[in-house]
Ligand binder design. Sequence first.
Ligand code: GLN
Length: 495
Amino acid sequence: MTDLTELGVAAIRDGVAGGDFTAVEAAEAFNANIAAAQSALNAFIVATPERALEAARATDAKRAAGQPLGKMGGVPIGMKDLFATAGVQTTAASHILEGFTPEYESTVSQKLWDAGAGMLGKLNLDQFAMGSSNETSYFGNVISPWRRNDGGNAALAPGGSSGGSSAAVSARLCPAATGTDTGGSIRQPAAFTGIAGIKPTYGRCSRWGIVAFASSLDQAGPMARDVRDCAIMLEAMAGFDPKDATSLNLPVPEWEAGLTADLKGRKVGIPREYRMDGMDADVAKSWDDGVAWLRDAGAEIIDISLPHTRYALPAYYIIAPAEASSNLARYDGVRYGLRDLPEGANLQDMYAATREAGFGAEVKRRILIGTYVLSAGFYDAYYTQAQKVRTLISRDFRDAFSQCDVILAPTAPSAAFGLGDKTSDPLSMYLNDVFAVPASLAGLPAMSVPGGLNREGLPLGLQIIGKPFYEQGVLNAGLAIEQRAGFTARPEKWW
Ligand code: GLN
């Protein structure tokens, strides 16, 4: 029998439905890969092999009874450890939530289980999803399965914050995984590991039960090996949820059925401000390749301007910490996880001791920045100003989309960097998000698909940004690129 871990979401779903193999066999194969890779890659915080088997048995029983199996029937997946999972520890990769076992299930994870998926485990991430390399995790960083082609074995970042998800999918530990994206955390890790990932329009996926980072930006989405698998999984994840006040009350389109790589009549905008001085030559070349592929698929390519692009990153690094400082106020030692109660301490001391011990350095930095920009006297100078910039960025996109249907840009300014390369310089880490945050600030759907390898043999991602609610156009452009890029590279197995 073929190695089932070579299969993606569609192939497993169809293989189980067609009786080529059982869902239990698929779950067992991925469980085995996870166990074998954990010590080398550290992609999971907890593996839940029994949960995967339980869901698989339910799918196999349904098939035997002739019942429908669901959009994700028989597909085992990884769950970013930011989604609350009933009865399974949910930590956001923090010490403060270590040992926290929710009583409830997030809406998105529940939808996936209802669609027939099973859980292989909870995936590692940057602490509270703050970071671009997975190095802020309390549980140790994930190591990318990829290595440079220089014969060395330097450990590389899998991207962040969804770095456990990206490493696990690219190392064949799961066919797909959930991610969340506040300022690039689905797209940049997907780019770093040669996989696909889509952040839908803000509001498509319910945020209920996802540990909050910056609520006006947070969106869940799928990370998988190809565009079709992303479309399938997004259909299962999306949908109106009355428990999330920002949830979109719109029907979920049939994105998989709507896939086409024929872009005749479509216009693709190329934003001139993204072509920055000193741009990495390989990134620039991959962007040019992407333009040529979309043209070949029938699209008309036009030059567009997004004039406020250079203010997006500074605005993001005010708005996201501001919201985080407010969201993270709830971790006080009273309600969840860690409690540090020194001898003779009063309530204030307990709050302080718990937060001092429970949050990592990057999380503390964000809370301090956020509290500062929201404080009386500085609020207007920073927070209000950043909100105005956010409006201008949205307006830039709205104007651009009067001329084009989707926008093509690189996902990140570089390929994967080495672990430790940027940890002493937070600003250089933040700069890695430069191409990702504008779409986040504007709430737009955006996807990363593999565009090729750089001269070091590492994957580069191409980003497609769409109008609000136009995930279909984003996926279709992604498919057109995927079919032409012929990206079959994968990390050589060393773990
Ligand atoms: N790297 C960005 C940050 O650190 C984005 C994180 C995210 O999207 N969750 O804030």
